[in-house]
Ligand binder design. Structure first.
Ligand SMILES: Cc1cc2nc3c(=O)[nH]c(=O)nc-3n(C[C@H](O)[C@H](O)[C@H](O)COP(=O)(O)OP(=O)(O)OC[C@H]3O[C@@H](n4cnc5c(N)ncnc54)[C@H](O)[C@@H]3O)c2cc1C
Length: 404
């Protein structure tokens, strides 16, 4: 199967719509919710209703984080541009508008991606239309997610969940939380399963909201589970502990969500590049894409180098999503996309602040905000260092025990 690295024609209307929404609905409220941290961006309700409408009409296939399921249809040998590709393209456009607001969109949480990735058909139907946050990180466990301490013990027809989760994006606003817990700590990573917990379930409570460097429009919550009982049908996927499969079940979520995070970085960096090119032009510096960089001013040469970094991230993002659409194993490519986009996203947004000088640092423009917002995209869903570790293991053919 060959990949065509151009934006598929069939997604042009979707990308165009997402760009309009980003420009006309997200940008105008960007600064407002950067300043009003923890205040719910009520304007998003109308936007979410519009996106629901698009999805129902079929026009919005994959327009958001919930569209990352790998369908089980028989492979007819054809090449498919599907929901994963549509999602990364539309999310990049929305993040050209505002990453924090995109992360606050009702029903588009990372928990929705987890449900789409791991749920069986019955669960998919039961949880349709929910807004789900994703709770993996704990006070003692971040990158080493195989070491989570939160437990789920079967008691009759229910699992009883106990533990503490921190830094849960949309943890307060979402109506459901997908929480990772272990069925048996002695059995290691294979015993880790994800559970869907509805807001209001006794035993689950939001302890506090965090104050942050960037994505301030997005709420980030610490959540306590104390004898929290959920129906046993809320365990996503199979309850079997398959030690041979190891962590693979839970990790499948990341193969779908890492390209999405890459797309957020791609979108935010694009915003910085577009504005900086305009500011340079106003200052009399024209970036000429057809002339060698060393024949242009230092600022233009720097800009061209950033463009090529951006292009690399964009292409890796397309590749990882396209592979998911075509049911090819993409763990390596998902990590490569996330690593490249996370890193160059932070570099580009900060370099744009630098190139624009005092305007870049000032709140009159959004460049300083984008530099703050983009940093998280190199941290959550696996940091830069963790992506590099995963890539090295895969390239060298080493296990997690062999390369730590
Ligand atoms: C705003 C925000 C939103 C978040 N949203 C969510 C969410 O929705 N759900 C959720 O579950 N979590 C979320 N997180 C948590 C995030 O996923 C973790 O912060 C991240 O995985 C890193 O874990 P940690 O903070 O414990 O850092 P650590 O794991 O302690 O790492 C600290 C540093 O050490 C490096 N490091 C760690 N291990 C290695 C190694 N083996 N080799 C080399 N370097 C290493 C890391 O790369 C990092 O630079 C969020 C965090 C933030 C800040």
């Amino acid at each position: 199967m060959a990949i065509n690295l151009e934006e598929p024609k069939k997604f042009k209307p979707l990308v165009g719509q997402a760009h309009q929404v980003a420009m006309n609905m997200l940008r105008p409220i960007s600064r407002k919710y950067d300043r009003a941290e923890h205040e719910y961006p009520k304007e998003l309700d109308m936007l979410a209703a519009m996106i629901d409408g698009l999805s129902e009409s079929g026009a919005g296939e994959g327009a958001g984080a919930a569209g990352v399921r790998r369908d089980e249809k028989k492979d007819d040998g054809g090449v498919k541009n599907g929901a994963n590709l549509a999602s990364v393209l539309s999310i990049a456009e929305m993040c050209w508008g505002d990453v924090g607001l995109l992360l606050s969109m009702p029903r588009q949480g990372l928990g929705n991606s987890a449900i789409a990735s791991v749920a069986d058909d019955e669960q998919l139907q039961r949880f349709e239309g929910v807004w789900a946050g994703m709770a993996i990180t704990e006070p003692g466990t971040g990158s080493d997610s195989a070491n989570i301490k939160t437990t789920a013990v079967l008691d009759g027809d229910e699992y009883v969940i106990n533990g503490e989760k921190i830094y849960v994006t949309s943890g307060d606003r979402a109506d459901h939380i997908v929480v990772w817990a272990t069925l048996d700590r002695d059995l290691g990573r294979a015993a880790i399963k994800s559970f869907v917990v509805a807001k209001g379930t006794p035993g689950m409570r939001v302890e506090r909201l965090e104050h942050k460097l960037g994505i301030r429009a997005s709420d980030t919550a610490a959540i306590i589970f104390e004898n929290c009982r959920v129906p046993k049908e809320n365990l996503l996927g199979s309850p079997e502990i398959d030690t041979k499969q190891g962590f693979a079940g839970a990790m499948a979520t990341f193969d779908n969500t890492r390209p999405l995070v890459a797309s957020m970085a791609v979108g935010c960096a694009r915003a910085s590049l577009d504005l900086t090119r305009d500011l340079l032009k106003q200052a009399g510096i024209e970036v000429d894409y057809d002339r060698p960089a060393h024949l242009q001013s230092a600022a233009a040469a720097k800009f061209l180098q950033m463009e090529s970094d951006w292009e690399g991230a964009y292409l890796l993002m397309l590749q990882a999503a396209w592979m998911a659409d075509n049911r090819q194993p993409n763990s390596l490519e998902a990590s490569m996309a996330k690593a490249k986009a996370g890193r160059v996203g932070s570099d580009i947004t900060l370099s744009c602040v630098e190139l624009a000088g005092s305007i870049g640092y000032s709140e009159t423009e959004l460049l300083e905000k984008w530099a703050r917002d983009s940093k998280i995209l190199d941290i959550f869903e696996g940091t830069q260092q963790i992506q590099q570790l995963i890539i090295a293991r895969r390239v060298l053919g080493l296990s997690s025990a062999e390369l730590k």
